[in-house]
Design a protein around this ligand. Sequence first.
Ligand code: SF4
Length: 117
Amino acid sequence: MKKGLLLCVCQGTCPSFKGMDIFEVLNTIRREKLVDFVSIHPQLCADDGDEFLNTLMSNKEVDRLFVAGCDPRMQQKMFRDAFNKAGFNPEKHFAVDIRNMTTEQAIETIKKLISEK
Ligand code: SF4
């Protein structure tokens, strides 16, 4: 079973993500092989974000999905329909808020989340 990390960045225009290098965040997690795959999506809460999550999570090999972006409760509400449609257990979605962090803070926050799950 696979685990993956998605970064969602409010279209890349939100000031909340300006303090970090999002590619360096993902590269660090990749280099340390903490997950099986990583990706960035500009707006998972838009209609095509639903489609992205539905398509990705319909692959039953994905067991755990970490999403670093906005508030975890917001993520749970916004992604619920897509996960339901894909038949993915929402309890295997682990969300973390990385807004207004530096690159190093975001990396450490994501690492902590992954190590606890
Ligand atoms: S899911 Fe959250 S981080 Fe992603 S675009 Fe929507 S509000 Fe922004």
